[in-house]
Unconditional design. Structure first.
Length: 376
């Protein structure tokens, strides 16, 4: 039976007593459900007609006016083209706070755009790196990165915390890390996860961009098979997207104090390590930042996030960007797993973009302000 595993990302992590979310083709349900009953495995059907759910999310929207960027709607999902237009627009319109640049090119030759956000108040400032959309199908990620920029620009004058953040720090924000995969999830396969590089031997596309980093590369929680969703790639940084971002972070590692990566779904705030069960040296500072961030997030709508080291809170995985950032001297490295816990999975409805981003915003501000206070 060909199933697409949504949660966890790899079959190695399926153990007794855990929940797994799978997507199955329509014709496979006839054989799968009797099999589950026979094996005494409890199941719930979360989304009975996935095609309909997909069409509700993206269908019938081509009429939307792409050009009116002043009225850009942050409560819908946007295609790569729309997001790039939006970035260019901000770069022109808010030149005092935003500088757009590219860190390289993707496998298919698309530019890898980053927004540098902050007041040019002094020559040297600490910085925070944020990336969204390492995994193509996790659309709420890029939606949050855009929301963060919008909030920064809209509240900079009125909110003293935001003013402090933009005065004392730079934010490097990459709204879509895996540009090829994200584009493909809009045009071909809504549930595509990996990059789009070609594998000659297996005729499979793509590498898991969050298993391709040079930290315990291709160990536990990553696959050596090119057709798997968690394929680690032929070698570390084989993907031009990963290589470009790693190069940028290495070049700015003295300046960058926090690395934040946004994923979906599980409602968790994770910190290192991912690849082993061990306590990081600055555990107390990172743990208290996570604790406060999760409480701030919960204050908006009562949504509870679990938090802790990725290995014990989610599962062990090697070659992740978060572990790499931490190993490369960035003291605060976090991965968010945004809403929800599986009811909608990767198809989080557009009506939930606003609440999800609003609560996440509180957590991110909390972490950032924690960073500006000295933690010992």
């Amino acid at each position: 039976l060909q199933v697409d595993l949504w949660q966890p990302s790899s079959p190695f992590h399926i153990v007794e007593g855990t929940v797994a979310d799978v997507r199955v083709p329509q014709n496979a349900t006839r054989s799968l459900l009797p099999y589950l009953q026979q094996a005494n495995i409890q199941y719930t059907i979360l989304i009975s007609d996935l095609q309909e759910a997909i069409e509700n999310q993206t269908g019938g929207r081509s009429h939307r006016n792409r050009r009116s960027l002043s009225g850009y709607n942050y409560e819908v999902y946007h295609s790569l083209e729309e997001i790039e237009d939006w970035m260019h627009y901000l770069n022109r319109t808010y030149s005092d706070l935003i500088h757009m640049f590219s860190v390289g090119k993707s496998y298919e030759g698309r530019p890898l755009y980053v927004l540098k956000l902050g007041k040019r108040s002094r020559p040297y400032k600490k910085a925070v790196w944020m990336d969204c959309g390492i995994h193509a199908r996790e659309w709420i990620g890029p939606a949050f990165c855009q929301w963060f920029v919008k909030e920064a620009l809209q509240t900079y004058q009125t909110d003293s915390d935001m003013r402090k953040m933009l005065t004392q720090l730079y934010f490097y924000i990459m709204p879509v890390f895996n540009v090829d995969g994200y584009h493909f999830s809009w045009t071909n396969d809504r549930f595509w996860r990996k990059t789009r590089s070609k594998n000659m031997r297996f005729h499979c596309h793509g590498v898991d961009a969050n298993r391709n980093w040079k930290v315990k590369w291709c160990d536990e929680g990553a696959s050596l098979h090119p057709c798997d969703d968690t394929y680690c790639g032929p070698f570390p940084e084989s993907e031009p997207e990963v290589k470009a971002v790693a190069h940028f972070l290495r070049k700015h590692q003295k300046q960058i104090k926090a690395y934040l990566s946004f994923h979906a779904y599980a409602q968790m705030l994770l910190y290192p390590y991912s690849y082993k069960y061990a306590t990081i040296p600055n555990f107390n500072c990172v743990e208290s930042a996570a604790y406060n961030a999760v409480n701030a997030l919960q204050s908006a709508y009562g949504v509870r996030y679990r938090y802790g080291p990725a290995s014990s809170t989610l599962y062990v995985s090697s070659g992740s960007s978060m572990d790499w950032a931490y190993k490369n001297g960035i003291p605060y490295a976090f991965a968010f797993e945004l809403r929800d816990t599986g009811h909608f999975g990767f198809l989080l409805p557009e009506t939930l973009i606003k609440p999800t981003c609003t609560e996440t915003m509180l957590a991110v501000k909390n972490i950032t302000l924690h960073l500006l206070k000295k933690c010992h």
